[in-house]
Design a protein around this ligand. Structure first.
Ligand code: FAD
Length: 602
């Protein structure tokens, strides 16, 4: 079973898309309309990608609830939320194009919740000036993925399900396909292509308490950096303020921001609405500073100032962390999130059905009657592969990236709802531009067999492991390093310690050994993800060391304030001569008209 010289299952397409989440599927649809042949490869079954878990909604300035909303305000909110580290051009395109992308989903059959007038209903989320999230109860991702999948399949896309890509194939500098294996049989698979889009999602499985699914092991991020692409803002990881904290088996499971958007409030052990004590300067002008004002906003929305429960996620996560640290937390180390005392049961059941069932079944808590216990959970990679805003091209010819795996749009912190719209806007752009690139490619892509054999040998290594390291135990240990040392609050000493430990893991990697054969072998799959996780963990840690200040999703206890020297720089990571190196590079210069927009109040 371990012979390398076996037949490779080989396919050829104009375009290969790696990942069948929202970004990959939207890219596939667009590429198909450009008339190229598309192969779509996915680690999980079609329809099971992580996007299916998205709950609260898709941000787009449709102006259905607040007619005064428009792309300019959405752009401004996104830039402010990202602490101005964002790629302004991505933020502009995203805000401008998101409404059309949502309407298009509706035309393809997505059934959104409605206003009384029959328009797409929009809900409040943190950091958004106006109620802006198109949603389907608290199961928006399911509806979005279902719609995209049906539409994509109808276009005639070749899908390779349950196949893991382990390496990108190159011809000189150019990416010309991918190498992987079928998870069910262990058979090697080679897909040659004139262009490749990475749409592989996030890295949340690096941490112990996470909202992410098993797929989120950072494979695409590793593939990109190993192929020579740049990563950006990797220190900026989002810890969502509200994950479940109890029972231990489900700790980290997401509690959608929609709970607060629909009226829920955060309280500490003495019942205080503590968020009023944590309003940062930046948001003072637009955030209610007393309960009466905030409640008026919640009830009749007549006041423009917002409740501090809906400050951007980094602010809320840090505040919860401080409350718990100060001994004002809930019994299981979180804080309370209360919607029961503020909304009638039928409203909660209608708006938040998944949350009701989640708490009832997993924690024995009836959220229509009692408060929830919540605390921060690893959630979203704000940074990622550096791409060109208009085309999503990476620094490597033939390689494009979109969705959570790509960076730039969100800068220092992502606003809720901006991920799903990111998938639609930049998924479409990736499909369009990668297809154009493929069409301009002269000749068939080729790869030398030595490269394929090296890929095959690498995949088989865990069967020949030199020690007795168990891959699952290895992963759990890595999480024990990342959770405390590269978590929500960081210090130089802890980050350096993390680097030392990561180096030890790297040395131990060849000791990982799996038993059995290549058919249905989860231990083998887990072993193959370890290299990606170690690589990405190092990228995050080195970036976090480089940014010696606190900004957005990156908090340094030893540098607690934002430092003007870091205000207009991104941390960039790349691999040079086999080593991961970081550099500080200036953010893109913003045109004057957009700069003006950011100065405006409101
Ligand atoms: P994914 O949906 O993660 O898909 C990645 C794809 O890549 C999968 O098909 C996977 O199988 C494949 N893949 C990965 N590695 C490989 C490999 N090596 N080989 C082959 N295939 C591979 N955002 C919002 O805007 N609004 C929300 O309400 C919201 N709610 C959320 C709720 C939860 C619980 C979570 C965890 C996130 C939520 N987010 C939300 C964030 C958002 O859902 C994700 O950022 C987004 O879905 C990522 O989509 P994607 O297409 O980039 O990747």
């Amino acid at each position: 079973i371990l012979m390398v010289q076996e037949q490779y299952e080989t396919h050829e397409h104009d375009l290969l898309i790696i990942g069948a989440g929202g970004a990959g599927l939207r890219a596939a649809i667009e590429a198909k309309t450009q008339g190229v042949s598309v192969g779509l490869i996915s680690k999980s079954l079609l329809g099971k990608a992580h996007t299916v878990m998205a709950e609260g909604g898709i941000a787009a300035a449709l102006g259905n609830v607040y007619p005064e909303d428009n792309w300019q305000v959405h752009f401004r909110d996104t830039m402010r939320g990202g602490k101005m580290l964002n790629n302004w051009r991505m933020a502009q395109l995203h805000a401008q194009e998101a409404p059309e992308r949502v309407l298009e989903l509706e035309r393809w059959g997505a059934v959104f919740d409605r206003t009384k007038d029959g328009l797409i209903l929009q809900r409040d989320f943190g950091g958004h000036r106006y109620a802006r999230l198109a949603h389907v109860g608290d199961r928006t991702g399911l509806e979005m993925l279902r719609t995209l999948q049906q539409h994509a399949v109808a276009q005639g896309i070749e899908v390779y399900m349950e196949c893991t890509v382990t390496r990108l194939l190159k011809d000189g500098d150019r990416v010309v396909g991918a190498f992987g294996y079928r998870r069910s049989t262990g058979q090697f698979i080679v897909v040659m292509a004139k262009a490749v889009i990475l749409a592989t999602g996030g890295i949340g499985k690096l941490w112990k308490f996470t909202s992410n699914s098993w797929e989120c092991t950072g494979n695409g991020t590793m593939l990109a950096v190993d192929a020579g692409a740049d990563l950006i803002d990797m220190e900026s990881y989002q810890f969502h303020p509200t994950g479940m904290v109890w029972p231990p088996s489900v700790r980290g499971t997401l509690v959608t921001e929609g709970v607060r958007g629909d009226g829920g409030t955060l309280r500490n052990s003495s019942g205080e609405r503590f968020m009023f004590r944590y309003i940062p300067e930046f948001f003072k002008a637009e955030t209610a500073d007393n309960e009466a004002e905030a409640d008026r906003w919640y009830t009749d929305k007549k006041v423009n100032r917002r409740t501090p429960d809906l400050l951007p996620r980094d602010e809320v996560a840090r505040a919860i962390n401080s409350e718990v640290k100060a001994g004002r937390g809930s019994p299981h180390g979180g804080v309370f999130l209360d919607i029961a005392s503020r909304r009638p049961a039928d409203y909660i059941m209608r708006r938040l059905p998944s949350m009701y069932h989640q708490f009832k079944e997993l924690a024995g808590v009836d959220i229509t009657k009692e408060p929830m216990e919540v605390g921060p959970t690893a959630h979203y990679m704000n940074g990622g592969i550096r791409v060109d805003a208009d085309t999503t091209a990476t620094a490597v010819p033939g390689l494009f990236a979109a969705g959570e795996v790509a960076g730039g749009l969100h800068g220092g912190n992502r606003l809720g709802g901006n991920a799903l719209s990111d998938l639609l806007v930049f998924g479409r752009r990736a499909g369009q531009h990668a297809a154009l690139y493929a069409k301009s490619f002269s000749g068939a892509p080729t790869v030398d067999t030595g490269q394929l054999d090296a890929c095959a040998r690498e995949i088989l290594m865990p069967f020949e492991g030199k020690g007795a390291e168990n891959p699952h135990a290895f992963h759990a240990e890595l999480q024990e390093t990342m959770q405390p040392l590269v978590g929500i609050i960081r210090t130089e000493t802890e980050l350096q310690e993390a680097l030392v430990q990561l180096e030890q893991y790297r040395k131990r990697l060849p000791q990982v050994r799996v038993e059995g054969g290549r058919t249905y072998n989860p231990g083998w799959h887990a072993a193959l993800d370890l290299y990606a996780m170690l690589t990405v963990a190092e990228c995050v840690t080195r970036s976090a060391l480089e940014r010696k200040e606190s900004r957005g999703g990156h908090t340094r206890d030893d540098y607690p304030a934002a430092d003007p020297r870091f205000a207009s720089v991104n941390v960039v990571v790349r691999k040079r001569h086999g080593a991961i190196v970081t550099a500080l590079e200036p953010t893109l210069e913003m045109p004057e008209d957009l700069r003006q927009l950011l100065q405006e109040k409101g």
